[in-house]
Design a protein around this ligand. Sequence first.
Ligand code: NAD
Length: 392
Amino acid sequence: MRAVSRLTAGVVKETAPGERRVALVPVVIGRLRAAGVGVAIETGAGAAAWFADEAYAAQDALVLSRAELYAAADVLLSVRRPDPEAVGWLRPGQAVVGMLAPLTDPGYARRLADLGVTAISLDGLPRTLSRAQTMDALSSQASIAGYKAVVLAAALYGRYFPMLITAAGTERPAKVLVLGVGVAGLQAIGTARRLGAVVRAYDVRPAAKAEAESVGATFLSLSSVAPAAGDGGYARALTPEEAEAQRRELADHVAGHDIVVTTAQVPGRRPPQLVTEEAVKAMRAGSVIVDLAASELGGNVHGSRAGETVVSDSGVTIVGADNLPATMPAAASNSYARNITALLLHMLVDGALVVDPTDEIQAGVVVTHGGAVIHPGTARLLGAGQADGGER
Ligand code: NAD
């Protein structure tokens, strides 16, 4: 028996430069259909991730032009924010689900609220809730970034990762240092280990030690920095004195490694600088650093710039990583599609999308609804005392 579709989910073609992911892949359409959701895609939405229109059509998805899609969809599904030009096509009561990053641009949320659009952002998910784990797009994408960072480093490194004993002699294994042992860092450690490297890892959160060791790294403890666990499993920002002491002590360790992968982030702050110019200079020529924290806000490594690979005067290659998940579009889209599908199914009641801000998951992800910005953090950024009644 086929469920009657009450809701149409429309998958947009991503328009951000270099973005190759797609919000939904054909294999998850059956789950949505079973819940009464019909699917439409914008022509070519999955092409950059090698999901052809025909593969979606084979799952009974409609393939529409952009204008047709915006007109037909009750809920638009995206990875990044939908094309700014298309925002004007949105209509009251329509919903947009994606990684909308409302905290970095609350004005965008305000615009969607003014249009009467319900904005749902996966990056606000309460990640430590176990029932939300299938929806955790930040983790699924960070994990891909951690993997790809090591693969990139291996490709740029002029030597082997594993120890090799051949008739021509012995190659020692690469020494890899991972700074920041969150989701990306753990995947970086595991990947480097699988390639045969000797891996050390460091984080300011004491809980990271056991996690790093469980995937095969030796944990580095610094004597100059006190444990710095913050709220919700994240790190707290270090004081300027602690940060300086950390950089000094880390420099010696950095110099002793061939590959450094940095992933350190503190919510709501610029990424901490961990690797100084002097530390880069002290590394051997041919060493490689991949800075996963590189963004327009800065990065973990002196001289790294998002989207750029530079070779220092001393011969150290520094990669400022920029949206690595988009460089593995099929895998990244597969996991993102499962995350967004799980969230959508969570919010469906009898085939209709029902906003319930008393639900812990929805309280994190629903940014705008009924003409108001209801996400507390976003509403706060838009200004205390905003009279839209949105603060909870
Ligand atoms: P993140 O991207 O915010 O930061 C990456 C890592 O950088 C973190 O481990 C952080 O401690 C570290 N860091 C910050 N400042 C540092 C410094 N000065 N020096 C060294 N390291 C520094 O982290 P994330 O990957 O989003 O994960 C954050 C936390 O959330 C972790 O504890 C993770 O285990 C947890 N988490 C839990 C779940 C779950 O329970 N289901 C899901 C996802 C993440």
